[in-house]
Design a binder for this molecule. Structure first.
Ligand code: HEM
Length: 481
């Protein structure tokens, strides 16, 4: 199989160091170049051999052969911390029967299409509070933000999913967050955790030899998240507050209690706590970054923004701004198309999902042995003209049935932002709901604009922090309507 030659032991890692022409932060640049040189399947040694796939037919073959327990490779830093410091291994890092036991316990509470609807009332409130915070952070004259929008959206995502997970308002949307508050600590910790994971992912594993600065950063951040989340978990389990479900008051239906009630797998209390913490941390940066790119793409494409606002106005009165209901969301097809198109232009996770093959497979005429790591490169595939006509343009219409049918491929294996099969993203319903709510509420109140003249504007690129993050502050203006 073709691929970069590299050096004994380290393979092509030097190419990604400061002596090389690539970087770990922008691996999509390397992948694009390698794809052009080696074709739609190539192998690269980065510590170990990884087979990179760019052909949707190969990706489908991998997904269809996954078997009962699809194997996702464990991030090396997490593996070392688990072995050396007995750090609990998060649900997304488990494999085999232990993974399935936890996944099965939450599957029914999280995966059905309406699973997040019961949390709409509280998420409506969080989205309203977010828009209020946004207004306070704006310079009234110019509409410019005094804080980076991605940072603000991180607070939103944390508050929105915290309200679901723990049934408390964490306080991330307060205008001033005291540095000694839980909210402040969690925001910083989640960021530090993903930074450490990303920076060590393919680098030489010094942290396995001694406790490097990044390793210590990771341990400290995980412990802070666990400590803070534990206090919320304890409260959530004590609470018997009533919430609304389809207009009726239902007792004790907070997320954690739902998990406890449906605990058919008899997870221990510790497992339940760990699971909630995993979900909470997995859902913050992912959703915040995705939303940042949505706002950016809508600000750049005013005609698409106008069409989206028309759809919102046709279903919700802009003066009274009533709460968004499941029925309204079901009818907002253009909103969903806008988000999906943003996922295509800025694919949300580094490269795409990875798998360790659980059987020998024939991929693009090569026999790839069981145990090989394969990388499903949606991030690159989504931007290829041969896969998506007018690939560099933001065209939500391509996802509208009966309208953009020629602009999208006929099968799904070209682009799966939440993955596929039994290991697909378990938080999908929640992430989508938070994203849709924020976009609706922001557009009802503000017209989005880029802060600079389009001719001067350097396009915002992608950098990888496990999730795909904007590579600079997005120069947005929020002009009150
Ligand atoms: C826009 C936001 C999000 C995106 C784009 C996203 C995307 C993904 C992707 C691509 C995967 C890997 C799928 C695979 O390997 O095939 C994944 C896994 C996962 N996601 Fe998300 N995610 C998002 C938000 C969330 C949220 C809000 C939560 C928590 C509620 C969450 C929890 C998880 C977990 C726990 C896994 C591992 C599942 C398993 O291994 O069984 N994600 N996500």
């Amino acid at each position: 199989m073709p691929g970069p030659k590299g050096w004994p032991l380290i393979g092509s890692l030097l190419d990604y160091s400061r002596f090389g022409r690539f970087s770990f932060e922008r691996m999509h640049v390397a992948k694009r170049e390698n794809l052009a040189v080696y074709g739609k399947i190539y192998k690269e040694k980065m510590g170990q051999h990884i087979v990179n796939l760019f052909d949707p037919a190969d990706i489908e073959t991998v997904y269809r052969a996954e078997g009962k327990y699809p194997v996702r490779p464990v991030m090396p830093l997490i593996a070392v911390a688990s072995k050396r410091d007995k750090e609990p291994m998060g649900f997304g890092s488990l494999n085999g029967e232990p993974w399935w036991r936890v996944r099965r316990a939450v599957q029914q509470s999280m995966m059905p299409p309406g699973a997040a609807h019961v949390y709409l009332p509280v998420q409506n409130q969080v989205a309203d509070d977010f828009v209020r915070l946004l207004s306070r952070k704006l310079d009234e004259g110019s509409g410019k933000l005094e804080e980076d929008i991605t940072k603000l959206l991180t607070k939103y995502a944390m508050e929105a999913f915290g309200a679901v997970c723990f049934n408390v308002r964490i306080g991330c949307l307060e205008p001033l967050i005291p540095p000694d508050s839980d909210a402040y600590r969690v925001i910083a910790s989640v960021n530090n955790m993903f930074e450490a994971i990303q920076k060590t992912n393919f680098a030489f594993p010094w942290y396995a030899i001694y406790r490097t600065q990044l390793y210590r950063q990771f341990l400290e951040a995980t412990k802070t998240c666990q400590r803070v989340a534990q206090t919320y978990v304890d409260e959530a389990l004590r609470s018997d507050e009533e919430v609304e479900d389809d207009g009726k008051k239902v007792k004790g239906k907070n997320f954690l209690q739902t998990l406890v009630d449906n605990n058919s797998e008899r997870l221990t209390n510790d497992e339940m706590v760990q699971l909630t913490i995993d979900l909470f941390t997995a859902g913050i940066d992912s959703t915040a970054y995705a939303l940042s790119f949505c706002l950016y793409n809508l600000a750049k494409n005013v005609d698409k923004q106008d069409r989206l606002l028309s759809e919102i106005d046709s279903l919700l009165d802009r003066t009274s701004c009533p709460p968004v209901t499941p029925e309204v969301l079901n009818r907002m097809q253009y909103l969903k198309a806008c988000v999906r198109e943003s996922f295509r232009l800025n694919f949300p996770i580094e490269g795409g999902p990875m798998r360790q093959l659980s059987a020998d497979l024939v991929l693009s005429d090569y026999l790839v042995p069981k145990g090989t790591l394969v990388w499903l490169n949606f991030q690159t595939m989504c931007l290829l003209e041969e896969n998506f006509e007018q690939a560099d343009r933001y065209l939500p219409e391509r996802w509208m049935k009966g309208e953009g049918d020629t602009l999208r491929p006929t099968n799904n294996f070209f682009m799966l932002p939440f993955g596929y099969g039994s290991r697909m993203c378990i938080g999908r319903r929640f992430a989508e709901q938070e994203t849709w709510l924020a976009l609706i509420k922001i557009l009802q109140r503000f017209r989005l604009q880029l802060d600079v003249d389009a001719s001067e504007h350097r396009p915002i690129g992608m950098i990888n922090r496990i999730f795909t993050m904007p590579d600079a502050n997005i120069p947005l203006k929020f002009i009150p309507r």
